[in-house]
Design a binder for this molecule. Structure first.
Ligand SMILES: Nc1ncnc2c1ncn2[C@@H]1O[C@H](COP(=O)(O)OP(=O)(O)O)[C@@H](O)[C@H]1O
Ligand SMILES: N[C@@H](CCC(=O)OP(=O)(O)O)C(=O)O
Length: 377
C-alpha cells in the first residue's frame, strides 16, 4: 500500500469531522442559495452521521445571499453594509440548512461566533461545552461568524480560519474545506488552465502557501486562507482536505478512502500538537499546590487532576485558563487548562469529586484538569 493510500485510509476511521462550505458554492456563484446542492451535501452528511461520525458545519454565504436579496451586484466595502447584508442573508441561509437537515430527520442548531468567543478562555470553554453537548445530542451545529456584531479589528474575516479554530476547539480529526475547485492546484486554475491538482502535502510546507492564490468575487480568502487554515488546524493535530464541492458524493467518497481533493497533513499526532499549543500559547493565571498522591497520579500514571489532590489554590483565574501545578516543595510539574474558577477551586480543594455538585450547586466535570488538557513538564 502506498503512503498516500495509508493516509487516505486513516480518514475512513475519523469520528469527528468539520465541514466548511464557501460562498461561491452555496450561492451558485452569487445567483442565490443553491437549495438542491445544499440538500445534496446534507444527504452526504446524513449518511456520514449514519455511519456513526459526528459532523459540525461551518457555513459561509450570509453576505453573498444578503447581496442577492438586497439586489446588490458588487460586494460592499463598508463594514455597515457588509453587516446589513450578512443579517439579511443569514436568515435564508439558516432556514435552508435547517429544512434540508429536517428532511433527513436531523436536528440542527445555529451558532454564531465572534473572535472573542474563541480567544477568551472562559468563553472558549463555554463554546466548547455547548458544541459538545449538541454533538452528544446528535444535533448538527451550523456555525458562522456573528458578522453583524463584529468590527474590522476583531473579525475572523474568513470562514476558513473560523473552521480551523472550531476544529481546534473540538479536536475534530479532519477539517474539510468544500470549495468550487477540485482542490489545491500548483497554480490558480482560473488563471492557468495547465495547473495540476496537488493530492497531498504537509500543511506547514511553505511551498504550498506560495502557490495558493486569492479568491473569487464572492468569497474572501481564496486558497491562501485555506492553506493557512490547514496550518492552524494542524496545531491540534487535525488534517485538512480541500475538496471540490461539486464533485458527486465527494464527502462520502472522501471518507470511504478515495483519493479526492488535497489532503494537508499535520506534523504531529493530535495529542502532542494540542499539548504543545497549550504549553506555548497561554499565559499562566494561577498555581495549584498538589499533594504527593496527585503528583504521582500526574507524573507517573498520566491521570487527570482531581480536586481531592489539591492542597492550595493561588491566584485569580477563570474556568478554562492556564494554571501551573507545583508539588509541596514548589517544584513545577505540570500546566493545564482548569475546569473551574479559582474561587470554585478553593472550595473544591481536598474534596472528593462526588461532592462537587453539593459544594458548588452544579458539576462541570469530575476533574479539575482533564489529562487531555494537561502537560507534564
Ligand atoms: N493554487 C490554487 N488552486 C486552486 N484554486 C486557487 C488557487 N489559487 C487561487 N485559487 C482560487 O481560489 C478560489 C476558491 O477560493 P474562494 O473564492 O475564497 O472560495 P470559497 O468561497 O470556497 O472559500 C478558486 O475559485 C480559485 O480561483
Ligand atoms: N461570515 C461570512 C463568511 C465569508 C467567507 O469567509 O466566505 P468564503 O471565503 O466563501 O468562505 C459570510 O457568511 O458571508
Amino acid at each position: 500500500m502506498s503512503p498516500t493510500s495509508n493516509e487516505r485510509q486513516r480518514l475512513v476511521r475519523n469520528q469527528r469531522i468539520l465541514v466548511k462550505i464557501g460562498s461561491a458554492l452555496l450561492t451558485n456563484d452569487g445567483r442565490g442559495l443553491d437549495v438542491s446542492a445544499i440538500q445534496g451535501w446534507v444527504d452526504q452528511m446524513a449518511e456520514l452521521r449514519r455511519q456513526g461520525k459526528e459532523i459540525l458545519l461551518v457555513t459561509s454565504g450570509s453576505v453573498a445571499e444578503g447581496m442577492v436579496r438586497l439586489g446588490w451586484k458588487t460586494r460592499p466595502h463598508s463594514i455597515h453594509e457588509l453587516q446589513a447584508a450578512a443579517a439579511v442573508g443569514q436568515m435564508g441561509l439558516i432556514q435552508t440548512w435547517e429544512s434540508a437537515f429536517k428532511n433527513r430527520g436531523l436536528n440542527s442548531a445555529q451558532i454564531l461566533l465572534t473572535h472573542d468567543d474563541l480567544s477568551n478562555r472562559k468563553r472558549y470553554l463555554n463554546a466548547r461545552s455547548a458544541l459538545r453537548t449538541l454533538l452528544d445530542l446528535g444535533v448538527i451545529p451550523i456555525i458562522n461568524e456573528n458578522d453583524t456584531v463584529v468590527t474590522d479589528e476583531i473579525r475572523f474575516g474568513d470562514n476558513d480560519t473560523l473552521g480551523a479554530l472550531v476544529a481546534n476547539l473540538l479536536e475534530a480529526e479532519t477539517l474539510v474545506l468544500l470549495t468550487d475547485q477540485a482542490g489545491l492546484y500548483d497554480a490558480d486554475p482560473r488563471k492557468n488552465p495547465k495547473a495540476q491538482l496537488i493530492s497531498e502535502g504537509r500543511a506547514q510546507d511553505p511551498a504550498l502557501l506560495a502557490v495558493a492564490g486569492d479568491g473569487g468575487e464572492l468569497g474572501r480568502g481564496g486558497m491562501f486562507t485555506k492553506v493557512s487554515a490547514a496550518r492552524l488546524a494542524a496545531r491540534s493535530g487535525a488534517r485538512t482536505v480541500i475538496l471540490g464541492g461539486r464533485t458527486e458524493n465527494a464527502l462520502i467518497r472522501l471518507f470511504a478512502g478515495e483519493d479526492l481533493g488535497t489532503l494537508l497533513l499535520p506534523d504531529d499526532e493530535p495529542i502532542t500538537a494540542r499539548k504543545r499549543w497549550l504549553a506555548g500559547h497561554l499565559q499562566e493565571r494561577g498555581v495549584l499546590v498538589l499533594d504527593a498522591g496527585a503528583v504521582k497520579a500526574l507524573q507517573q500514571d498520566g491521570k487527570s487532576l482531581l480536586p481531592v489532590g489539591v492542597r492550595e489554590v493561588r491566584g485569580h483565574f477563570m474556568r478554562g485558563e492556564l494554571v501551573v501545578c507545583v508539588d509541596e516543595n514548589e517544584r513545577a510539574l505540570a500546566k493545564g487548562l482548569v475546569n473551574y474558577s479559582a474561587e470554585e477551586a478553593r472550595i473544591l480543594a481536598g474534596q472528593p469529586s462526588q461532592r462537587i455538585e453539593e459544594l458548588l450547586g452544579y458539576i462541570e466535570t469530575p476533574e479539575l484538569i482533564h489529562r487531555d488538557n494537561l502537560v507534564v513538564v
